[in-house]
Design a protein. Sequence first.
Length: 95
Amino acid sequence: MINLTNENFEKEVMSSKKPILVDFWASWCGPCQMIAPIVEEISNELSERIEVGKLNVDEQPEIAIKYDVMSIPTLILFKDGKVVISEARISNGKY
């Protein structure tokens, strides 16, 4: 799993050869902590097909603003530098 920052976002996300799932989260966010094991499982089980990164919105607010992240947790799937899917709700504890 990649820790995303302002410094590496372009390289790791926009220039990624594989699709990359970005988890926008914060340490104080209860629902973010609830989905963390699921995101980790996705990272482990699908590592050959996709990358997974985590972006702390408190530490990197510029990126969250750029992608209109209004609530957390938010998961955004990027492919070829473009947003493919953006999801910000939890249903039955699963995305």
